[in-house]
Design a protein around this ligand. Structure first.
Ligand code: NCD
Length: 309
């Protein structure tokens, strides 16, 4: 197993299965350590969060993760306030920021941008989302969530419901789950099915998956339902968005047909696809999922900085 120290995290496909499990172990260790001890793990180190695209959870959870490890944070959350607005290239921004920090977490609207950034960076770059493409830290957090909540990945029957075309969280997560032998069902509104490159990679991995139309009874035999919002900002027109809006809604009534221990996940932010009447139920795992995401980001930062083995 290669060490994480100094490595970029661009795609979970770059990580061996045992490396993913090792990150899970690090996340557990950091939690077991307790807040007081964890505060010394990355003391004196600096994380730069470079967010060219809006984010709440991903950016703040990276920042919170670094604070909890005792490190410092600098960065920006909109390109308008940076030299990018003066025409600076990604390469120049990254090379400069690499002088000011020890590790970079970034989000950018262009597919492939995090990989490009990593080629200019002498410090680790963590991809916090590149366009509709990949979202590896969300996937690692989601994997951690399933292991914590369900104790396994193999044989779990997982439904994905929502915008599967533009939803990068699903693209990255499904490809990882394929490796662990989960059984996947994809339910998308018309025209928003998983992209061909994801389908191809699932097929070549020999994944167990089906694409289906969403019906009320589709929920019946699922162990996990992973819901996503329509990615309005990536739609080609407002009209197309409105046509599909509210074509699927998970509420208490929909859950009455499900297994009693079904786990409902959502990468958040949510719109109306999960009704707030689901929130008080133990099945609503999405806020716990956000917390596991934070814990996994602590593990990633610590591992890539080389401050944990
Ligand atoms: C997701 C994202 O940014 O891809 N959110 C997140 O990172 N938690 C999902 C989304 O925007 O719908």
């Amino acid at each position: 197993m290669g060490s994480f120290s100094g490595r970029h995290i661009i795609d979970t496909a770059d990580l061996a299965t045992e490396e993913i499990l090792h990150l899970v172990e690090i996340a557990n260790q950091l939690q077991d350590m307790g807040r007081d001890k964890a505060r010394h793990v990355a003391a004196g180190k600096v994380l730069a969060t470079l967010f060219w695209e809006p984010s709440t959870r991903t950016r703040l959870s990276f920042e919170s993760a670094m604070f909890r490890l005792g490190g410092h944070v600098l960065g920006f959350s909109e390109a308008a306030s940076t030299s990018v607005a003066k025409g600076e290239t990604l390469a120049d921004t990254i090379q400069t920021v690499a002088l000011y920090s020890d590790i970079i977490a970034m989000r950018h609207p262009l597919e492939g941008s995090a990989f490009a950034a990593s080629t200019y960076s002498r410090i680790p770059v963590i991809n916090g989302g590149d366009g509709a493409h990949l979202h590896p830290t969300q996937t690692l957090g989601d994997t951690y969530t399933l292991l914590k909540e369900k104790g396994r990945l193999e044989g779990l029957r997982i439904g994905f419901l929502g915008d599967l075309l533009f939803g990068r969280t699903v693209h990255t997560f499904a490809r990882l789950l394929a490796r662990f032998g989960a059984e996947m069902q994809f339910f998308a509104p018309e025209g928003l099915n998983i992209p061909e490159y994801v389908r191809d990679s699932l097929e070549s991995a020999g994944a167990n998956f089906k694409e289906r139309e969403w019906r009320l009874e589709s929920i019946e035999d699922l162990d996990v339902l992973y819901v996503t919002r329509l990615q309005k900002e990536r739609f080609f027109s407002e009209e197309e968005y409105l046509r599909r809006k509210n074509s699927y809604i998970i509420n208490k009534e929909a859950l009455s047909k499900a297994k009693p221990d079904i786990l409902i996940l959502h990468p958040l932010p949510r719109n109306e696809e999960i009704s707030v009447d689901v929130d008080p139920l133990p099945n609503a795992g999405y806020f716990r999922q956000a917390e596991y995401g934070l814990q996994m980001r602590m593990a990633l930062i610590a591992a890539c900085l080389g401050v944990v083995a």
